[in-house]
Design a protein around this ligand. Structure first.
Ligand code: TA6
Length: 325
């Protein structure tokens, strides 16, 4: 169902026959709502979110492409990684050829107006879904100045029969002059939780991670499930295809299933950083957790004509289902 959302921005509402629903803005191809068949909202969206381009919407599932966290400038296969400088979201990077470009820390896909893809390639993964929308983003003149590559990014957002939310990205290198390109990627998912201090994450224990709060130094996660009592901003590497986020109070477990996305970012700004964000309520950190299926440590490289697929499947199940399984 097409309609107008906040500030008159175009929005698509997906409804599944048993009552679950999702909403996605064409701006940023940004999922801002995912409800189960009892109408409960499962994603966090800040009450102070700004629905005004070019500012990204705070919450839901921002699409981070062609980069996330790490700043990398690819030019003719020369990989220059510029460490992510905290609090500077737009970083200049000088390419070997003296070109200057600026890319936000999370790329530009979430800040662009996408179109409905009326000629989608077959998406075998969503054959079961009846409620889906296909969106497409192509290279723009403006973006080519900062990221000199041509691509086609097709995204299918679908609700499965059990209310699962599935996002399938297909990114193709459409460079005609034979140039490969590399990118990093994340589905920057904000989960809604009743109380962050009562949340556990299973599936990341014992893994290595880069700590964004300690200049991306590498550590190994100790102990068993993750629990939260202060700011966290970690990039877990080579993570399993399934991660569980257990909301104790709600007796609900989010299950994140991913394909083509080896890493996972876990982020909660906590009180100090929350206060520093104008589009984030001071206390809202208590009711959200970002667990982001990502490809960061090893950028994805596509030769002309090659396509990458990155799939995310979210489900919300009663907690008894998931602990330990
Ligand atoms: O994914 C974690 C992170 O990179 C944090 O460092 C923090 O910057 C967060 O993303 C939000 O970034 P944004 O650009 O959406 O404000």
């Amino acid at each position: 169902e097409f309609c107008k959302g906040v500030n008159g921005l175009d929005k698509v509402i997906l409804r599944e026959s048993r009552g679950s629903s999702a909403e996605v803005y064409l701006y940023g191809a940004h999922v801002t709502s995912w409800k189960n068949d009892h109408g409960e909202e499962l994603l966090f969206l800040s009450s102070k979110a700004v629905f005004k381009p070019p500012k990204a919407i705070r919450g839901g599932i921002p699409i981070c492409f062609p980069q996330i966290c790490l700043l990398l400038a690819i030019w003719e296969e020369k990989l220059i990684i510029i460490r992510h400088l905290n609090n500077i979201t737009t970083l200049l990077f000088a390419c070997e050829f003296g070109g200057l470009g600026t890319l936000d820390q999370h790329g530009f896909a979430r800040n662009r107006l996408w179109s409905i893809d009326d000629d989608p390639p077959p998406f075998p993964t969503n054959t079961l879904s009846k409620a889906f929308v296909d969106l497409i983003l192509k290279t723009s003149e403006e973006d080519s100045k900062n990221w000199p590559h041509s691509f086609e990014y097709r995204l299918r957002i679908a609700l499965g029969p059990g209310g699962d939310l599935m996002l399938t990205s297909r990114i193709r290198n459409t460079n005609s002059e034979g140039k490969p390109f590399s990118f990093t990627f994340a589905y920057h998912t904000y989960f809604s939780v009743s109380d962050i201090s009562e949340v556990r994450v299973e599936g990341l224990e014992t893994l290595d991670y880069l700590d964004n709060l300690q200049n991306k130094e590498r550590f190994t996660e100790q102990g068993d499930a993750l629990t939260f009592e202060s700011e966290v901003d970690k990039i877990y590497l080579s993570t399993p295809t399934k991660i569980a986020i257990i909301d104790h109070e709600k007796k609900r477990t989010f299950v994140v299933r991913k394909d083509g996305l080896p890493d996972a970012v876990v982020w909660n700004p906590w009180d100090k950083k929350a206060k520093a964000m104008a589009d984030f309520g001071d206390d809202e950190y208590k009711h959200m957790l970002c667990v982001e299926a990502a490809a960061i440590e090893k950028p994805i490289t596509l030769k002309p004509g090659e396509e990458w697929k990155g799939r995310l499947e979210l489900s919300a199940v009663p907690s008894s289902y998931c602990s330990g399984q």
